[in-house]
Design a protein around this ligand. Structure first.
Ligand SMILES: Nc1ncnc2c1ncn2[C@@H]1O[C@H](COP(=O)(O)OP(=O)(O)O)[C@@H](O)[C@H]1O
Ligand SMILES: [Mg+2]
Length: 486
């Protein structure tokens, strides 16, 4: 049974109210405490306490009062004129079918009651059997989620060490599985997921399509010596060569030599080219292949095709791509190769029921993408659009929200559900926007403990953000760490 804590003060509206606390209740009510307002105008209203204040009329500053004189001379001023108020952010009216927008003005003097541990106010948010974590401080209040918005995509934000990867591993991935999605995890560092799941594929085992290999070669050779928008006969020759010779599954030195010779012969024999242009092309090819070394070829000798990865995911439920061994462009090449296939399937109107988890999101889609990041960013935007129709859910983790440390704005606009943990001071502007809308102070966001996230957006049945957390299993972590070290 909820416990009465106070009454609503003057100045309330249908979406906001202030409660004056009964004496002693200031020790029980905290920021983020959940309450029900027994609205005297009708209905029970679910609300969250955000922004409390202690007031003592005798200690008002700005003018000299006897209370201040007392305090100044180290005596205790009276606490008779002391009271505590809390701002209440309305979640909605409690109805038979969950929560609905509250339209009735909350009457001043309405009684406010706080929920106790064994009341479960989460039930009022809807009858979803899918949940994520638990409400702040209440381990048995599982927070319900709306399944139908999973493929409206998910963003997880917070500084390094705020618990993004843990939230994803402990809560989001199991939730996706429960909702019927199979999951591919792109594990950028190879340490956040790979040690914890059974099916792991290494970066260099994966076959990258020829077009993407050429993009990669272009990225390490300054576009084979050509300007970005210029026609690029050398790139074209290398791409044709990659297509025409059997270069995979060989010794890297041999592969490289085969492709080089083939590209050279394509340029040498292409008709209608002036001799000095041809010489220039051959020079650029040679210069490029000084950078396209054996080691570069070695990165792309993998033979597991994207369709095999998807098939494996459908079979096993979860597949982790361990991207730890490889340079950034190579990782982006593999990403592009896999996602190209997913895109093709959706363009053929195939429903995927698949989720793609992208940790370290700004590595793929930063604020201002360059080179291969540009392709990855465009690809993610396309996947988001198609995914809403064809059952692909994109989950992106990022240490920043906006600006230089943040995620590309066009990508971010597609993430309709967000988990926001402790943020970086550079994101203070984003925090202020949240503060203005929901009474969550920027200071709160800058100091959230690890594993705590505000949950907001489409998947949240509550129209205002809820602070959630989740429990980790120290035993499991310890075991994996020991395996990792051995
Ligand atoms: N729910 C939680 N409870 C307690 N500790 C947590 C929780 N979530 C994360 N942590 C701690 O925070 C650390 C950082 O988490 P991690 O997910 O790796 O952060 P990020 O991915 O944001 O850099 C973990 O090593 C773990 O010790
Ligand atoms: Mg992480």
């Amino acid at each position: 049974m909820p416990t009465p804590i106070g009454i609503v003060c003057s100045g309330s509206s249908e979406s906001n109210a202030m409660v004056i606390l009964y004496e002693g209740m200031e020790k029980k009510v905290e920021n983020e405490s959940l309450v029900v307002i027994r609205n005297k105008n009708g209905g029970d209203v679910l609300a969250v306490c955000r922004g409390g204040k202690g007031v003592n009329e005798s200690l008002r500053t700005g003018g000299f009062t006897p209370g201040l004189a007392y305090a100044k001379s180290r005596r205790m001023p009276s606490s008779v004129k002391e009271y505590y108020v809390f701002n209440l952010e309305v979640i909605g009216e409690i109805t038979e079918n969950g929560i609905s927008q509250n339209r009735m003005i909350i009457a001043p003097t309405s009684i406010v009651e706080i929920f106790n541990d064994d009341d479960n106010p989460m039930q009022y948010l809807g009858k979803s059997d899918l949940t994520i974590g638990h409400y702040w401080g209440k381990k048995n209040w599982k927070v319900p989620v709306l399944k139908e918005y999973i493929n409206y995509h998910i963003g997880v934000f917070g500084v390094t060490g705020s618990g993004k990867s843990y939230l994803t591993r402990y809560e989001i991935i199991p939730l996706l599985r429960e909702a019927g999605y199979d999951v591919i995890v792109m594990d950028w560092k190879g340490s956040d997921y790979a040690p914890y799941f059974d099916t792991v594929i290494l970066l260099d085992q994966i076959k990258v399509d020829n077009q993407t290999v050429v993009k990669y070669f272009a990225s390490i050779t300054r576009n084979f010596g050509y300007h970005e928008r210029e026609e690029n006969p050398v790139a074209a020759a290398v791409e044709t060569a990659l297509r025409q010779v059997e270069w995979r599954g060989r010794d890297p030195a041999e592969s490289r030599q085969l492709v080089y010779q083939k590209a050279k012969s394509i340029i040498t024999t292409s008709p209608g080219v002036k001799e000095d242009t041809r010489t220039l092309q051959l020079n650029r090819l040679e210069a490029s292949f000084e950078l396209i070394t054996e080691e570069e070829f070695e990165r792309f000798l993998g033979t597991i095709e994207p369709w095999e990865i998807v098939a494996e995911t459908k079979d096993k439920g979860i597949v982790v791509i361990d991207m730890s061994k490889g340079i950034k462009e190579q990782k982006l090449a593999v990403f592009t190769s896999i996602t190209k296939y997913l895109k093709k399937l959706m363009e053929r109107k195939q429903v995927l029921n698949l989720a793609l988890v992208i940790d370290e999101g700004p590595q793929y889609a930063p604020w201002q993408p360059r080179g291969m990041e540009r392709d990855a960013t465009d690809m993610i935007i396309d996947l988001c659009a198609l995914g809403r129709s064809y059952g692909l859910s994109i989950v992106i983790l990022s240490q920043g929200m906006a600006g230089e440390i943040g995620l590309n704005a066009a990508v971010r606009r597609n993430l309709n559900t967000q988990f926001i943990g402790r943020i970086h001071p550079l994101d203070i502007e984003e925090a202020q926007k949240l503060a203005a809308s929901y009474y969550i102070t920027p200071e709160t966001l800058l100091t959230l403990p690890e594993g705590h996230f505000y949950f907001l957006g489409r998947m949240n049945p509550s129209p205002i953000p809820l602070l959630i957390s989740f429990q980790i299993d120290p035993e499991k972590e310890r075991r994996k760490n020991e395996v990792g070290l051995s």
